[in-house]
Design a protein around this ligand. Structure first.
Ligand SMILES: Cc1ncc(COP(=O)(O)O)c(C=O)c1O
Length: 399
């Protein structure tokens, strides 16, 4: 990987130490330019005419690139406003088929917004969510999941969904997505993977993982724009799933009294869209594909392993990350100095990071009762200078 060239594509990286890919990574110029180009065209010839002019890119090539990124078919992809909407579209559509007493299985580190939806379907339909036991590394224990499903079935309960956040927002843990997929498929339970933090970081392969649905955003490790994301729905699931909301894009009107549901995953989309952002997503997928997802993962692992180790060596700093394999999300805290104070100091020195509070994984928050954490999320573009500066300033910040 030519890190100097990659950094030159993103001039801001020469000005700041950017450690917030898990929030929103900065787009390199080819991605930014793709969006500006589309906006310029809209300003020049009008929104509809821009769409007609770039129909091949926006309606065909974009879906091919997104699909290639995750080893899916273009017909299995829908592009929506964000990862939460993508997830909700699947979740609430599935919920239409659930009965009182049905069971959702999820992980301790599940994303906070998903927990709200779990509580919501409990209130609306009486569907309960049960947490899958963790193994000694804090990961979902796939053997325990298998046993848990057997027990539920013996008790006459129906598990209807396994919903897992692949790489949680507030912890460097990576869930064993493939092992979970094997159990889900063995028991024929629908498997929804929230891949918000893994797309653009890890070579996600939906066929290998065996998930039925996957949801994500553009703006994080993929380095695309804010304000869009996508979902994957497997061809098999598309044979039956009916979206919980539909407009006349998701379903074609057949006269005034009938409609025909679209055959592809775009039944989850609406008619009106932000095409400049879609051009950004397209450029982001192509940028990642050109670099190579395996190379991206390898490089981001080198950076994050090194940085996590250097932070761990600082006296009184504690790493909070769990798991056997760790993502490029590094969470840590100081024994006495608050993360808020440390962050403020680092930001003054142009080191950009965020805090990781319990709201992004409330069950984990209740279980571990840790103080608010610093969250550093480097990516393949961070270099030695970034890491050296971060460590140097962090040592001063905690004095
Ligand atoms: C694991 C996970 N899932 C879902 C989301 C929600 O993504 P969005 O803000 O695009 O809706 C996030 C955002 O941080 C996340 O980390």
């Amino acid at each position: 990987m030519d890190i100097e060239q990659i950094r030159a594509d993103t001039p801001a990286l020469a000005e700041i130490v950017y450690m917030n890919a898990a929030g929103a990574a900065i787009s390199p110029e080819p991605i930014y330019n793709a969006m500006v180009f589309m906006l310029d065209e809209e300003a020049r010839i009008g929104g509809y005419h821009t769409h007609y002019k770039y129909e091949q890119e926006l309606e065909v090539d974009l879906y091919a690139s997104v699909a290639k990124l995750i080893n899916a078919k273009p017909s299995e992809i829908a592009i929506v406003e964000n990862a939460t909407i993508a997830w909700q579209k699947i979740f609430y559509s599935l919920a239409l088929t659930w009965q009182k007493g049905d069971i959702i299985l999820s992980s301790t580190l599940e994303y906070g917004a998903n927990l709200v939806a779990f509580m919501h379907v409990k209130k609306l339909y009486g569907v309960e969510t049960i947490v899958i036991p963790d193994n000694e590394h804090g990961e979902v224990d796939s053997d325990a999941l298998d046993a848990q499903i057997e027990d539920l079935k013996s008790a006459g309960k129906k598990p209807v969904l396994i919903a897992i956040s692949h790489m949680p927002s507030n912890n460097g843990l990576v869930q064993p997505a493939e092992a979970i997929g094997k159990i889900a498929n063995k028991h024929k339970i629908i498997y929804l993977l929230d891949a918000c933090q893994s797309i653009g970081q890890y070579p996600v392969n939906v066929k290998k993982i065996g998930c039925d649905y996957l949801t994500t955003t553009s703006r994080k490790f993929l380095r695309g724009p804010r304000g869009n994301g996508f979902l994957y729905a497997s061809s098999q699931q598309l044979e039956t799933i009916e979206p919980n909301t539909l407009d006349f894009f998701g379903a074609e009107l057949d006269g005034a009294n009938n409609y025909n549901l679209r055959k592809d995953a775009r039944r989850f989309e609406d008619w009106e869209n932000a095409y400049a952002l879609r051009a950004g997503l397209h450029a982001a997928c192509d940028y990642a594909l050109d670099l190579g997802m395996h190379k991206i993962w390898k490089r981001s692992q080198i950076v994050s392993i090194k940085l996590r180790k250097a932070i761990a060596e600082i006296p009184n700093m504690h790493i909070a990350d769990l798991g056997t394999i760790k993502s490029s999300i590094i969470t840590c805290y100081h024994e006495t100095k608050s993360s808020k104070q440390i962050r403020a100091f680092l930001e003054e020195e142009k080191i950009h990071l965020t805090l990781a509070g319990d709201h992004s994984a409330p069950w984990d928050g209740e279980k571990r009762k840790l103080p608010e954490k610093l969250r550093f999320s480097p990516h393949y573009y961070n270099n030695e200078n970034d890491m050296d500066k971060l460590i140097e300033i962090l040592k001063i910040a905690i004095q």
